[in-house]
Design a protein around this ligand. Structure first.
Ligand code: SAH
Length: 497
């Protein structure tokens, strides 16, 4: 039996999707979503799931509610999990109730996963706590929506009597009328107020003013929907509390070039620091499968003293090969394991294996030197086809025997992007992260030949990567070590100037 799960996607910051909401998405067969759901959340929709966008149709008008209800009923009646994804919280001015009515009447099973509402989260990201004991003892959330040609249906006198914080949604076009209504009902013109536009996203703006002045200030700033209007003493705290605007990468546009499956953590870290992140996976790692050379080596591990891995991808592909061969971790018992850095070591640890060696500096030549210092027997290298020669050169200098087995290749698959090229040339991109020389090559292929790259800064892991970027005229900064922590630190230092 199928069901419909109504899920709140939160106000914009993808990190504000709930754990239960993410679990619902992971099991979805069909996802029906609205306009205000952020692209990063849509990226969580499983590839197998069907997506139905009801945020707009051909004429750019939203799909009418009756049509959405009909879609939910039809999809929900099948034997599948339908996730109905809505901005903020589904039940707060989200028509969630209306959608459930029809399902209830037809006996279609449903569940609801509440979401973080923009009514509370947008003010919070702008430094406005919606309640505070010194200022108020209630919070009121009001819709400022009115039908074309009709007046606002709001009891302003009653709202004034509450002395609580007032939050208006869908109120941008009615802002002058809302403020006039409150003033006419007797609210003090000097009451602190604010508009928070695109709250919790990198485009967030807060316009603070007194109730009297807010409409003119908002008009001058050309405030657009979606925005929340907040009225009440708590708005005075924003100057002191606006933590989001003070994040170190706030306002910075950052391009992440890692392969898609590995971009997530880096992107998450940069976003948490306030950056606007664009993922352009410039390279793709493709396992060579079948890979007879690796299988032959794995079948005769007793020939080797050391097995060395140079990337987390390598560790995963090794694992996939063992599984294909119906083997498990026990075949690695007699061989010592070397990892190029902590990321690769973590990938091994994920399978219950501890790296015996991690070089002090996380690059190919230092891995080679560390192996040269410790190894006496044969070394098995499982790595990319175009792996750095610095590793094998170090082994050769130490007269160590080795087998260099290519287990995956790196492809530059990204289509050329004129949009990225223009953003880079016009100075709309501040930083580009490069985690390997191949990501630099992939980036160059994406922006195309002859692009002016002087306005970006490349944040690089490793000297080899930096050298590759410099050769193409990209000003660079090199992270202190080859970890994502160091890379983000380097981005923050660069942003400080
Ligand atoms: N269910 C949603 C609200 C839907 S009504 C929720 O709980 O958030 C749509 C209104 O929500 C918009 O007109 C705007 O007032 C508000 N809104 C949604 N996202 C917003 C955001 N990121 N920043 C500010 N306001 C937002």
């Amino acid at each position: 039996m199928g069901k419909v799960i109504l899920v709140g996607a939160g106000p914009g910051d993808p990190g504000l999707l709930t754990v239960k909401g993410r679990e619902a998405l992971a099991q979805a067969d069909v996802v029906v979503y609205d306009r205000l759901v952020s692209p990063a959340i849509l990226d969580l929709i499983p590839a197998k799931a069907r997506r139905i966008d009801v945020g707009k149709n051909a004429g750019c008008h939203p799909v009418p509610q009756e049509e959405i209800n009909r879609i939910l009923l039809e999809e929900g009646s099948g034997n599948q999990v339908v996730v109905r994804l809505k901005g903020g919280d589904p039940f707060l001015f989200g028509r969630g109730g209306e959608e459930l009515e029809l399902l209830a009447r037809h006996g279609v099973p449903f569940e609801e996963v509440p979401g973080i509402t923009s009514a509370i989260a947008a003010p919070a990201y702008a430094g406005i706590p919606v309640t505070h004991r010194d200022f108020c003892s209630s919070l009121h959330i009001i819709t400022g929506h009115r039908r074309a040609g009709e007046k606002l249906d709001i009891d302003f006198e009653a709202l004034c009597r509450t002395k609580g914080t007032l939050v208006f949604l869908m109120g941008v076009s009615a802002l002058p009328d809302i403020c006039a209504g409150l003033l006419a009902a007797g609210m003090d013109g000097s009451t602190p107020a604010a508009v928070v536009e695109r709250g919790t996203t990198p485009d967030q703006r807060r316009i603070s003013a007194t109730l009297e002045e807010l409409p003119a200030r908002a008009a001058a700033a050309e405030v657009r929907s979606p925005a929340v209007i907040v009225v009440g003493g708590v708005c005075a705290l924003a100057e002191e509390f606006d933590w989001f605007d003070r994040l170190p990468l706030r306002g910075k546009q950052v391009v992440v070039t890692r392969p898609r499956e590995r971009a997530g953590t880096l992107t998450g870290r940069l976003r948490a620091l306030g950056a606007q992140v664009w993922e352009y996976p410039c390279i793709e790692t493709i396992p060579l499968s079948p890979c007879p050379e690796m299988e032959e080596a794995l079948g005769h591990l007793e020939r080797y003293e050391w097995l060395a891995l140079t990337s987390p991808a390598g560790a995963e592909f090794l694992w996939a090969a063992l599984e294909r061969m119906s083997l498990d971790a026990r075949v690695l018992a007699g061989v010592r394991l070397a990892a190029i850095g902590p990321g690769t070591a973590r990938a091994l640890a994920g399978h219950g294996l501890k790296a015996d060696l991690i070089p002090e500096v996380y690059d190919a030549s230092h891995l080679g030197e560390a192996l040269a210092a410790q190894a006496a027997g044969r070394v098995l290298l499982l790595r990319a086809r175009e792996g750095s020669p610095a590793l094998t050169q170090a082994l050769e200098r130490a007269k160590l025997e080795y087998n260099d087995v290519a287990i995956y290749e790196t492809c530059y698959r990204n289509p050329r992007s004129q949009a990225l090229r223009e953003a880079v040339e016009e100075g709309r991109v501040d930083l580009v992260t490069f985690t390997s020389a191949s990501t630099v090559k992939g980036f160059l292929a994406t922006v195309g030949e002859g692009a002016d790259l002087s306005r970006i800064t490349g944040i690089c892991i490793g000297e080899q990567t930096a050298a590759e970027a410099r050769r193409s005229g990209i000003p660079v900064r090199v992270a202190r070590s080859a970890t994502l922590e160091a890379l983000t630190e380097c981005a923050v230092e660069c942003a400080r100037g």
